[in-house]
Design a protein around this ligand. Structure first.
Ligand code: MGD
Ligand code: MGD
Ligand code: SF4
Ligand code: MO
Length: 679
């Protein structure tokens, strides 16, 4: 293992679940990290980082950080614990698991994890091997972008799009359902460069937030109606012959079917559905049809809806109609992870799972899974890299499930999160800066390596280390469970089946730090769709029970008067930083954005406390009244820490219905009632 770096300045990488995956410089003095800044040598992020991570030091050395294992002494959820040693913790966990495996079978144990640390060893590595070998229930990791991912793949074959470094050459940039000023700041930097060269920036969103304010033209839209807008654009593109026939002939299948479908989406129909005026629809479409290169940044917001998969599948067709994929900087990005695809099979070793029929539980319905006790009941859960008590839909249900007396809960985290409060055993997690790992961005095309730059904080250990200890105590006799970090990284880049990353090796990463994938110039000719082309019509979709051509499906109209969009905020990253004083101070306070017409009707003024409620629960937040949202819409920002007496857990209100594709989450398709709070 590499020795921890001593005083000096070291290259590092941001571990957070953020597309930018910035290169960092860590300044170490007298054994402590004294400053974190951007690395000017990183080809894409070029030394600029967000405020969150500039203040990351406060989080790494926060006095609330866990330093040693804990055992619960009070009631579940109370947060009363006593200190125990690592060997006591490992012994207790494995004794309980051995017994459960004997009496109820390994599927009574469920790992629950996400990308709290995007390192691939952390999130895609030993945990998978360990639980596969055990035969535990599997987790469908669907909370973030699967609906849109599946939808995009129906059109384009895989998660591949424009190289973001080229987008400064675009002349039209559309941010579609993405709050990029907060969530993808270097795409904004590219837009600024493009703008200096004459580009126009359009933002299509349900909330005029920082990104809407950055736009040259902000187009407000009714939530969940974007597929109709895209179809309306296609209608006009075909009608006015603004399409690129030669491109479509060579690179697509299904243009006649699409043209026919789009015919019914007249400007009149589309305007009524979306709330976008016919005039604006024509103007947007003609701009998109005539200005090139035109680039669309497809965000996560449009796919956290019941119809989110189809929505992304539909928008992803637009660049093919106008041939933008061949213009440098044109096209679209939903994600780019296929460009850096590594050998996940070698990392996760699904072959270790003896029973291939082992059940899988959708993480979006974790509350339901804990409460309904489908056979075999989940009797133990091991949570790492995630905080389901705050981030999952229908958190009221999740809390009830976590409070079950017969659930043996282990939480491995850097902080005593809302989830950890229910744990029987809490394990302290080492941060990414205390670990070895490799990072592949899902936006830019670079892979980076992290080597330890900080001593483990207290007794904390990283994810892989804990799984090795657990494997030993379980007496698991499988060499793959004991491999070291560097061996695993080396394996990740062997036999990847991905030519773009064929030159990436462990040695190379150690030496060069930033390695770019080489996407072949003719990538558009070898897409991973069944036809190898861009599929405007998809037989595969028909077989899966969808319409083969893009189509618009309205959101279900149930549960409340207002569509409720609980989006992320600027200074937190999901619930990460929500517990850190510095970041909450910067973010100030949660707000519920309301349209002033609605507020007038309800007698609500700026800063009044409002009560948002539906059959699932309620929240109380200060109102922000204005014209940033359309009438009939309420937007909040951020997953705020759950403090006693403060009803601000927005996910108490969100539905655990699944999206149309990939079992994705529908965070933004819920509805609420709104009233002035009586306090
Ligand atoms: N600061 C910060 N950065 C983050 C995160 C964070 O929490 N904070 N989270 C990270 C993660 S895990 C992810 S997945 C990404 C997500 O980042 P984004 O891709 O930006 O996605 P969201 O922020 O979920 O939603 C984006 C926008 O979609 C809008 N929206 C919601 N519904 C609709 C709709 O029906 N139509 C349209 N047109 N717009 C709609 C919302 O108002 C919001 O402005 O950001 C990452 N980066
Ligand atoms: N209302 C609403 N809810 C949402 C969203 C939304 O837009 N609106 N966004 C959704 C999306 S897109 C996502 S991706 C999910 C994200 O949900 P989560 O993946 O749960 O993200 P975080 O809340 O950031 O929690 C990550 C946890 O991992 C811990 N952690 C960090 N590094 C390590 C490590 O190395 N080891 C271990 N063991 N733990 C570590 C952190 O301390 C933190 O507690 O939230 C979803 N929830
Ligand atoms: S959170 Fe995103 S923008 Fe901020 S430093 Fe990390 S990768 Fe860069
Ligand atoms: Mo996400």
């Amino acid at each position: 293992m590499e020795k921890v770096k001593q005083d000096g300045v070291y290259k590092s990488v941001c571990p957070l679940d953020c597309p930018d995956q910035c290169g960092l410089l860590i300044h170490k003095k007298e054994g402590r990290i004294e400053k974190i800044e951007g690395d000017p040598d990183h080809p894409v992020t070029q030394g600029a980082i967000c405020n969150k991570v500039r203040n990351m030091k406060e989080r790494l050395y926060d006095e609330k950080r866990l330093t040693h294992p804990l055992r619960r002494t009070g009631k579940k959820g109370e947060g009363a614990f006593e200190r125990i040693t690592w060997s006591e913790a490992i012994e207790e966990i494995t004794q309980r698991w051995k017994k459960l495996i004997e009496t109820e079978g390994p599927q009574s144990i469920l790992p629950y994890s996400f990308y709290g640390n995007m390192g691939n060893l952390s999130a895609e590595g030993m945990g998978h091997r360990f639980f596969h070998y055990m035969g535990a229930s599997r987790l469908e990791r669907t909370i973030c972008s699967t609906a849109g991912g599946v939808g995009y793949n129906y059109t384009m074959g895989s998660s591949i799009g424009t190289d973001p470094e080229d987008t400064e050459d675009a002349k039209l940039i559309i941010f579609w359902g993405i709050n990029a000023v907060s969530t993808n700041m270097h795409q904004i930097t590219q837009a600024q460069k493009a703008r200096k060269k004459g580009a126009k920036v359009v933002v299509i969103d349900v909330h005029k937030n920082q990104t809407g304010r950055f736009a040259d033209w902000f187009i407000p839209i009714k939530p969940g109606t974007d597929a109709a807008l895209a179809l309306g654009m296609m209608h006009i593109l075909f009608a006015e012959d603004l399409v690129d026939h030669a491109f479509m002939k060579k690179y697509t299948v299904g243009r006649d079917e699409l043209k026919q479908e789009a015919a019914s989406y007249t400007p009149e129909v589309v305007s009524a559905i979306t709330g976008v005026s016919q005039k604006d629809l024509y103007e947007l479409t003609r701009m998109y049809g005539r200005v090139e290169p035109a680039f669309i940044r497809i965000g996560n917001g449009i796919q956290h809806h019941d119809n989110g998969g189809m929505c992304v599948r539909t928008i992803a067709c637009l660049p093919a109609l106008t041939g933008q994929w061949l213009k440098k900087g044109g096209g679209a990005i939903k994600g780019n992870s296929a460009v850096l695809a590594f050998n996940t099979t070698a990392m996760q070793r699904p072959d270790l799972l003896a029973d291939k029929r082992t059940r899988a539980i959708n993480m979006n319905q974790i509350g339901e899974a804990l409460l309904t006790k489908k056979e075999p009941a989940v009797r133990s859960m091991y949570v790492y890299n995630s905080n389901p008590a705050l981030v999952a839909p229908e958190t009221n249900k999740v809390h009830q499930g976590l409070a079950r007396e017969d659930l043996f809960l282990v939480v491995h985290d850097m902080f005593a999160t809302e989830t950890a409060r229910y744990a029987d055993i809490v394990l302290p997690a080492a941060s990414s800066f205390e670990s070895t790992d490799f990072y592949t961005s899902y936006w830019h095309h670079y892979v980076q390596m992290q080597q330890p730059v900080m001593e483990p904080y207290g007794e904390s250990k990283n994810n892989a280390e804990v799984f090795r200890l657990l494997a030993e105590a379980m007496a698991f006799d499988e060499p793959a469970l004991y491999e070291d970090d560097e061996e695993m990284i080396a394996q990740a880049f062997r036999n990847t089946g991905n030519k773009s990353a064929a030159h990436v090796t462990l040695g190379g990463l150690k030496q060069d730090h930033y390695i770019k994938a080489h996407r072949s110039d003719d990538w558009l000719e070898h897409l991973a769709t069944p036809s190898g082309k861009i599929e405007l019509f998809s037989e595969k979709m028909e077989k899966a029970g969808f319409s083969g051509v893009p189509t618009y499906q309205p959101l279900p109209d149930v549960e409340g008067d207002f569509l409720f969009i609980p989006a992320p905020n600027h200074h937190f990253l999901n619930s990460t930083f929500a517990h850190n004083a510095k970041h909450t101070k910067l973010e100030k306070k949660p707000k519920a954005f309301l349209n002033e017409e609605d507020a007038n009707v309800l007698g609500i003024q700026n800063d009044d406390m409002v009560r948002l409620y539906n059959a699932r629960g309620e929240c109380r937040l200060p109102a922000s009244v204005g014209d940033t949202v359309l009438s009939g819409v309420v937007v909040t920002q951020g997953l705020w820490a759950d403090e006693p007496g403060m009803a601000r857990r927005v996910n108490d209100l969100t539905p655990d219905r699944l999206a149309d594709m990939g079992g994705g989450a529908t965070f933004f398709s819920g509805r609420v009632h709104v009233e002035k709070a009586k306090i």
